[in-house]
Structures are given as C-alpha cells and as structure tokens.
Design a protein around this ligand. Structure first.
Ligand SMILES: [Zn+2]
Length: 450
C-alpha cells in the first residue's frame, strides 16, 4: 500500500528525517537555485537538475500540483569576464548559455514546466528589498556598496549549524575594506568596470548574488515555500545568506524543507572549473545515451557523493540498453494485439513509491524497477501469457520510468507497417522461412524496431 500523505524528507535545517507536511494540501511549492550562465553545464551541475526534476515528477505522479521555479543568474563577474574576453555584450553570453542549459535539461529528460526568472528582469524588486533591509537596520551603505549586517540576525548560522562568533574571519569569508564586519556580505556593489549596471539610490551598480533567490521566491510564491533545493555547496554561504535576509524582513526561514544533494566527483577528485578538471554534460551525452547519464545520477542516493568513473558510465549504458530493449519488445507485442493502452499498476509500483516517499530514495526504487524487468523479461517470452498480465506490467513499467524521467523514444507502427510485422510473425509460425526472411529484410529497411 502507498499513502501519498506519508512522506519523509531529510531536512538540512534540522539535520533530521521529518514528516513532510506541505503548506497547502495537495500542492507543492519548490525552488532550486539555477545556474550562473557563463558556460556550459558540467556533469556536477547536472546532478541537482536531474534529481529535483525527479522529485517534482514523483509529487506530480502521486497527485500533487507542483509549482517549480529555478532562476538564471544572468549578472555576475564571470559573465562580464567572458563577455570581455570575446568582445561581445553580456547578453550574447547569457543568451547562448541559457539556451545551452535548456537544451541540456531537455536532453536528459527534464520536464520543461519550470518558472525561470532572470536577475536582469527583477532589478526593481531587488532594489526595493535591499532598501527595506537598510531601513530596517539589517544592511548598511559603505562607500558606494551596500552590505548585509550579519550581526543583526541572531539566527544567522541556523542552516549551516555555525555560531555567529565561530564564523569570524572563517576561511571562506573574504576580508573587505568596506565591511564593518568580515562576515557581512554584499547586497549591492558599485561598478566602475564595463559590466552592466543599473541606477539606484545607492549609486550605479549591480546586485550581489545572495538576494535574487529571496526576491524571486517572494515574487513567484508570495512567501514561505515548501522546498528549497540545491547542491550542498550552496548551503553556506548562499543559502544561509538567503535565510538571513528573508528572516530579518519576513520572520520566516524562506522554506520549510531545505534539501541539498551531495557532490559529484570526477574520478576521485573534486570537480572544479578553476582547476580545469571538468567534464561537460554536452560531451558525455554524445558518448553515452542521455538516459544512461540520468540513470547514473539516480542510481545513487542523492545525499551520497557520486564518484564519476568511465566504467560506471559503461555499466549504465548497458542498463539503459536493457530497459530500452525490453520496452520496445513489450510495446510492440501490445501494439500488435491492440492492447497498448490500459492496464493497472502492480504492487511493485507501491514498493517503488514507498522508497521514493522515504527521502526520495531513487537508488532503492530502482531495485523494484529491476524486479519488474526480470518478471517482464520472462513473461514476454511466454506463449501462454494473457495479454492483461503484460498490460499491467507495462503500465507499471511506464509509470516507474515516468518518475525516473527515462523516456523511451518509440514510434507507433503505421497500418501498413503493422501488416508487414504481423505477416512476418505468421510466416515464422508457419515455418515459411523464405517468406519470413524476406519480410524481416523489409522490416529492417523500414527501420522498425522490434
Ligand atoms: Zn539561490
């Protein structure tokens, strides 16, 4: 049995597994920090994209209405640097990599019903938010910059489990002359370089990184949301700073459940653009099927580090090919007997969903997919099998693959093609091998997959 109200989520705010209770019954609001668009997506960036798409699919499947938003950071020093290096405008860079990002998302099976705000389209709201923080005494103007005053938030450190005084001059905190306290962070910075800038009461400049998500969440959802997601590297300082700004003005923690996926390492080493050991998603999905990559991500629990290896990808390519082969053969069998639609899910579906409901354990869910495949592989060969059994299995298979985001691309047969395949089967059954060979050649020529 599966109960869609019995869901457990590991909350990074409490470091505990908690019962999941959405704010509105049967609705989920979720936000996942998106990319800074100055380069292609590497395979580590692809992990949250694929994982949170799967979370969304799961909630939709079990009957929730999901609103999912993810931003584009289209203002950043790295974008300016890339634009200057090529001698083009920042828009040329951001538009190019937004398109590349969306194409890559689609290639790895992500649903595209995502609200995608851009920083450049939210500047007035960001400025208004910063002004409120200044008016409230949580931020201050220093020179031409505006900083958030970390000491004004007694809850600071709640997400990363750090005490305010321990944060002083931590390794990751830059010491900046304009700051009253090294822990403070930039909300608005004056820009004298070639980068895009906006006029404001604080002077001409651009926003810092940590404000945009807070403002976008409030714009899109109106306030507190159910799930805020992202990679574990964003937990501090980015998410901590998001919470701090929001808490000072709105007295809530921005989201009830903070979910962080673990890193993806490359052959045992931390992947980093600055170290140059980066593998781009666009290259990997040329070498392997995009579904093999997606499967590799989901075959691991999201809170465990994935150590990306070439053998792992070869193995996953093999797993994907098994799924595809079985899907095609059962699809055709049902199609030829006009039974493609219909069927009821088997109990294995509940087992699959229960694993997903226990902190989105895709790795364990996949073991139920394998159990189903084993059964289907045996059944599809049986001559005495009732078509209803296969229909139920196929419905279960399709539903599991929907949640995992594994899409098998297969075209239904035309009336003419169907006749050819049926004649081929008949010739084989009548042991008319000459005719069967002839028809088989025709099937191959038409590119029909069986
Ligand atoms: Zn963010």
């Amino acid at each position: 049995m599966f109960d869609n109200k019995n869901i457990k989520v590991y909350n990074s705010l409490t470091n505990q597994l908690e019962d999941f209770k959405p704010i509105k019954e049967n609705e989920i609001s979720m936000y996942v920090c998106g990319p800074t668009v100055y380069n292609h997506m590497h395979i580590g960036n692809a992990r949250p994209v694929i994982f949170f798409d799967t979370v969304k699919r799961f909630f939709k499947y079990i009957g929730y209405k999901v609103t999912y938003a993810s931003n584009f950071t289209d203002i950043d020093d790295k974008i300016i640097k890339a634009a200057n290096a090529e001698g083009v405008s920042e828009e040329v860079i951001t538009q190019r990599y937004i398109k590349a990002f969306l194409d890559a998302c689609e290639a790895v099976g992500c649903e595209m019903d995502v609200i995608r705000p851009k920083v450049t389209e939210n500047i007035p709201a960001i400025l208004e938010f910063i002004q409120k923080l200044v008016d409230n005494g949580n931020a201050y103007v220093s020179g031409d910059d505006v900083y958030f005053k970390v000491s004004s938030d007694p809850k600071y450190g709640i997400l990363s489990n750090q005490k305010l005084d321990e944060l002083e001059l931590g390794a990751r905190i830059e010491v900046n002359d304009g700051k009253l306290d090294p822990r403070d962070f930039t909300l608005w910075k004056k820009t004298s370089d070639l980068g895009k800038k906006w006029d404001s009461a604080f002077g001409s400049g651009r926003p810092g990184w940590h404000t945009e998500c807070v403002v976008m969440i409030r714009n899109i959802f109106g306030g507190l949301i159910d799930i805020h997601g992202g990679g574990t590297d964003l937990r501090f300082p980015h998410h901590e700073n998001e919470i701090a700004q929001n808490y000072c003005l709105h007295n809530d923690l921005l989201a009830n459940y903070w979910i962080h996926n673990a890193r993806l390492d490359l052959r045992g080493e931390k992947m980093s653009k600055s170290l140059g050991n980066v593998v781009w998603l666009k290259d990997i999905i040329k070498e392997y099927h995009p579904n093999a990559f997606r499967f590799a991500i989901l075959a691991n629990h999201y809170r465990q580090v994935i150590n990306y290896q070439d053998d792992m990808m070869r193995q996953m390519q093999g797993e994907w090919e098994k799924i595809e082969k079985l899907y095609v053969s059962v699809f055709r069998k049902l199609e030829l007997s006009d039974s493609l639609e219909g069927g009821n899910t088997l109990e294995l579906m509940d087992d699959f969903l229960n694993e997903m409901a226990y902190d989105f354990n895709t790795a364990n869910s996949i073991t139920h997919l394998y159990a189903l495949m084993k059964k289907m592989n045996a059944d599809v060969r049986r001559k005495d099998l009732s078509i209803e059994v296969l229909q139920d299995e196929f419905k279960t298979f399709k539903d599991m693959l929907y949640i995992l985001g594994i899409n098998v691309d297969i075209k239904p047969l035309s009336v003419e093609e169907k006749e050819i395949v049926l004649s081929w089967q008949e010739a084989r059954n009548n042991r008319d091998f000459e005719k069967a060979d002839e028809l088989r050649n025709k099937i191959n020529e038409l590119g029909i997959r069986l």
